[in-house]
Design a protein. Structure first.
Length: 159
């Protein structure tokens, strides 16, 4: 089973989980990077949230990806303004994923990922499993995340 984890991360939480999953699942990793990144400063909510609100698909830096090389795709995204991130939106628009997206993990500050998940499932109806994770930059979330990550891995290991 050849797996790739495709993710976007502004502040490192999603990247941390993606890297761990890649090791545990022996999966490839693809980090999406917008050509004009949202800056990780005080303007991020307005800039990033605005992109979500206006449905913007930012141009991404070049990457190498061929869906036919993989049996499944796992998506990782922070929740932004109750949705998935614009970089993921671009990736889904630019690639014909042929129902290979089987799982998704989201990172959020609030733990509320329902809207994000619903929108992602609408775009990728093949999603069977998901993990609702909390910002890893907050140490208080470690125990909860650990349980949820282990549970997620056990559910998707033999998908
Ligand atoms: C532009 C922006 C919008 C956000 N919107 C939400 C939101 O709607 N709900 C929420 O729970 N967290 C929200 N957050 C918090 C992030 O989802 C959370 O910090 C996540 O762990 C960040 O992942 P990252 O470190 O991989 O970038 C937002 C953060 C940013 C920068």
């Amino acid at each position: 089973m050849k797996t790739i984890i495709v993710f976007y991360s502004l502040e490192g939480s999603t990247r941390k989980v993606a890297e761990r999953l890649a090791v545990e699942l022996k999966a490839d990793l693809l980090e999406l990077k917008p050509v004009k990144p949202v800056k990780n400063n005080g303007s991020k909510f307005m800039h990033g949230g605005g992109q979500v609100m206006f449905g913007i698909c930012p141009k991404l830096e070049d990457y190498t990806f061929s869906v036919s090389d993989y049996d499944r795709v796992i998506i990782g995204t922070p929740v932004w303004a109750g949705s998935f991130t614009p970089a993921i939106k671009t990736f889904l628009k630019d690639n014909e994923l042929n129902y290979k997206v089987s799982a998704v993990f989201t990172l959020s500050g609030s733990g509320k990922n329902e809207g994000c998940l619903k929108k992602l499932k609408k775009k990728c109806p093949s999603i069977l499993n998901d993990a609702n994770l909390l910002d890893t930059n907050n140490p208080d979330n470690e125990e909860t995340n650990e349980k949820r990550i282990k549970n997620f891995i056990s559910r998707i290991r033999y998908d």
